[in-house]
Ligand binder design. Structure first.
Ligand SMILES: C[C@@]1(CC(=O)O)c2cc3[nH]c(cc4nc(cc5[nH]c(cc(n2)[C@H]1CCC(=O)O)[C@@](C)(CC(=O)O)[C@@H]5CCC(=O)O)C(CC(=O)O)=C4CCC(=O)O)c(CCC(=O)O)c3CC(=O)O
Ligand SMILES: NC(=O)C1=CN([C@@H]2O[C@H](COP(=O)(O)OP(=O)(O)OC[C@H]3O[C@@H](n4cnc5c(N)ncnc54)[C@H](O)[C@@H]3O)[C@@H](O)[C@H]2O)C=CC1
Length: 224
């Protein structure tokens, strides 16, 4: 199965999870992090889901999956321990044209959830197309050691430089060169060592006067 990589914007989109066990709870937390509105349908709820329900942060229907449950979903997850129910969800989603992750039988759905970690706006996702979730998770754990919190700051700085460059300069070739140079300038290493003056010098040299960390708003005061 050749899968297509995509990053979804789920802000204020409806997501329906059929099933309420530990897999459902994991998907639910992930969806909430992304700003989705989550509905869970399951007769039995994991304690984490039960708590979210009590706090009014998700909608729960304490019953078995049934007719019409996917009606207003943007995307859906089948995470019950009953393969027949999961297949029923797969068929209904196909009829409605809704994206669905059949967590116990990925070949019946049209997307899967990769292992992942975040550093601010940096998202690293690893997929084996369902062949070995444990390997995907292991590779992610290795990468997480290599890409520490300094990458969150690096992405914030590069994002701010990019936004300012695109606003103040219309020369695309120039911008591309500057952005590539800065992206390859080991800002993470400089941040790790606290060498913010060197970063300022790099920014001013390559992007131009006015491109200091303070003026970009990514750093308001010198830590020294
Ligand atoms: C297809 C997919 C469905 C989907 O889209 O979610 C799927 C399916 C299945 N997983 C199974 C087992 C395990 N899953 C994990 C862990 C995770 N599984 C995740 C994703 C996915 N799992 C999707 C494909 C991802 C890809 O490879 O591209 C992670 C990465 C992300 C997440 O769940 O959000 C998450 C990391 C959790 C974290 O970071 O905490 C572990 C490891 C562990 O628990 O230690 C095991 C045991 C070891 C093993 O089996 O490898 C089984 C067999 C169930 C059974 O035996 O009954 C099935 C069903 C099947 O394959 O038939
Ligand atoms: N990362 C992943 O995606 C993983 C996926 N799986 C698969 O995910 C599925 C669920 O695993 P767990 O959460 O551990 O199961 P679980 O046993 O903890 O929970 C099952 C849930 O399904 C609900 N359920 C049962 N019949 C239902 C129905 N007719 N309608 C609605 N809800 C119903 C139960 O009430 C319960 O909440 C399994 O199919 C398993 O193969 C398993 C491990 C990892």
């Amino acid at each position: 199965m050749v899968q297509f990589p995509v990053n979804l914007n789920l802000r204020e989109r409806n997501a329906v999870i059929v099933g309420g066990g530990s897999v459902a709870a994991r998907k639910c937390l992930l969806l909430m992090e992304a700003g989705a509105r989550v509905t869970v349908i399951a007769p039995r709820l994991d304690p984490r889901l039960e708590e979210l329900r009590r706090e009014g942060r998700i909608i729960c229907h304490a019953r078995q999956y049934g007719e019409g449950d996917l009606a207003d979903a943007f995307l859906a997850f089948a995470a019950t321990d009953n393969p027949a129910v999961n297949l029923h969800v797969a068929r209904d989603a196909a009829t409605l044209g809704i994206l669905v992750d059949i967590t116990g039988a990925p070949e019946h759905g049209n997307f899967t959830t990769p292992a992942h970690f975040r550093r601010g706006d940096l998202l690293v996702a690893v997929s084996t197309g369902g062949k070995s979730p444990a390997l995907a998770q292991g590779i992610c754990n290795d990468l997480a050691q290599r890409f520490g919190p300094e990458y969150a700051e690096t992405v914030a700085i590069l994002g701010a430089v990019r936004e300012k460059l695109l606003t103040v300069r219309s020369n695309r070739t120039y911008n591309k060169t500057v952005l590539r140079t800065l992206a390859n300038a080991d800002l993470p290493g400089l941040i790790r060592r606290g060498e913010y003056e060197t970063i300022d010098r790099l920014l001013v040299t390559h992007a131009g006067p006015g491109f200091t960390l303070a003026s970009l708003g990514t750093r308001t005061e010198d830590p020294a």
